[in-house]
Design a binder for this molecule. Structure first.
Ligand code: ZN
Length: 348
């Protein structure tokens, strides 16, 4: 146990140093004067080089009644068009600037907090969007397999016909929150607007907060409702306040990163130490998930630009979580089996 606690402390401190350094970085690309002039010019003339940005062509600009459909006068449609005009202009100006920078041998820079990605159809970050969808699928199959395990493969309590495993309901909620988070993650990576960004951040924070509650309830073996509420209430209150703060006050990336890293580190430590102390039969599975999970969090902290315009650190992080999700649900099923057999032995 001494060896494993040493690497845990080392990993935890590496993460803490990482997020302190990582949160200082700002977007260089959009402060560049040439980029800003390009975006302004593009929005005004609805063209960039030989490309025509159709979203920037408004009825006022060319009053030849080219667009006289009923919906073209709708304020909501106009807003949508203006939004698309801005994102298209930003995209093409970014591509242009990056080509210039590349020809001069300069490294890619971030624009509005994001690396220069190559679009595929409607997908702004195709790789991250696809990997998020695969993560969702992995959670769904993992959950389904857990459901079948506890309800059909393992025996039920003879009097109540309920599962022996005391944490069944909690894992069901976990599955729903996980799938919700990955759903909004894939939407956000497809189309980054204010709304999709807030939905993605809120669902990720909700999942992280809930899994912290779950990790504490499981590792401290909390079985009665009153004590569970005592564990959950302060975390739930904090997470709710944090989500409201992000949505209605300030979407502060640096602060949010700190909150998320702290919540993640606490639960990873809780799981890892608990598995060692209790000598859980599937502790190696759990340690592997914790170790690789913490390592992959470093990808999120030590960010690097996309390779060939597609694979950046964040997308690799989404790739790492796919096999981890499979292993994680496998651990949860093992835990259900372990608790069930212990309880049956006790009853006899
Ligand atoms: Zn993501």
């Amino acid at each position: 146990m001494a060896g494993s606690s040493l690497w845990l402390v080392q990993l935890a401190s590496l993460l803490v140093i990482g997020f302190v350094l990582g949160s200082v970085e700002a977007s260089l690309g959009d402060t560049d004067l040439q980029y800003r002039t390009c975006v302004e010019e593009c929005q005004r003339t609805s063209s960039i080089g030989r490309n025509i940005i159709s979203h920037c062509q408004f009825p006022e600009n060319n009053s030849t009644s080219a667009e006289s459909s009923w919906y073209s006068q709708e304020p909501l449609y106009m807003q949508w068009k203006q939004l698309n005009c801005m994102t298209d202009c930003r995209y093409y100006c970014m591509v242009q600037r990056e080509e210039e920078r590349q020809s001069r041998g300069l490294r890619p820079v971030k624009y509005h907090g994001k690396w220069p990605f190559i679009r595929v159809s409607v997908f702004q970050e195709p790789l991250s969007a696809a990997l998020s969808a695969i993560n969702l699928l992995m959670h769904f199959t993992g959950w389904l397999s857990f459901f079948l395990q506890v309800n059909y493969r393992l025996p039920l309590r003879p009097q109540t016909k309920r599962t022996y495993y005391e944490y069944t309901g909690l894992w069901h909620i976990y599955a729903i929150l996980s799938m919700n988070a990955w759903f909004f993650s894939s939407i956000f990576h497809t189309r980054d607007i204010d709304l999709t960004e807030k939905l993605d951040y809120s669902s990720a924070v909700a999942l992280l907060g809930y899994s912290l509650i779950l990790s504490l309830i499981r590792t401290f073996n909390v079985k009665d409702e009153a004590t569970r509420v005592m564990f959950a209430a302060p975390i739930l209150a904090f997470v709710t306040t944090h989500i409201l703060y992000l949505n209605f006050y300030d979407l502060d990336y640096g602060w949010n990163m700190k909150v998320c890293v702290v919540m993640a580190v606490v639960q990873l430590l809780a799981w890892a130490i608990w598995a060692g102390v209790t000598c859980h039969p599937s502790r190696f599975k759990l340690w592997f998930v914790v170790f690789v999970g913490a390592l992959s969090m470093l990808l999120e902290v030590y960010d690097f630009p996309p390779y060939k315009g597609y694979a950046d650190a964040h997308s690799l992080w989404h790739a790492c979580t796919i096999p981890l999700t499979y292993l994680w649900w496998s651990f949860i099923k093992d835990d259900a089996e372990f608790r069930t057999s212990t309880l049956i032995k006790k009853a006899k």
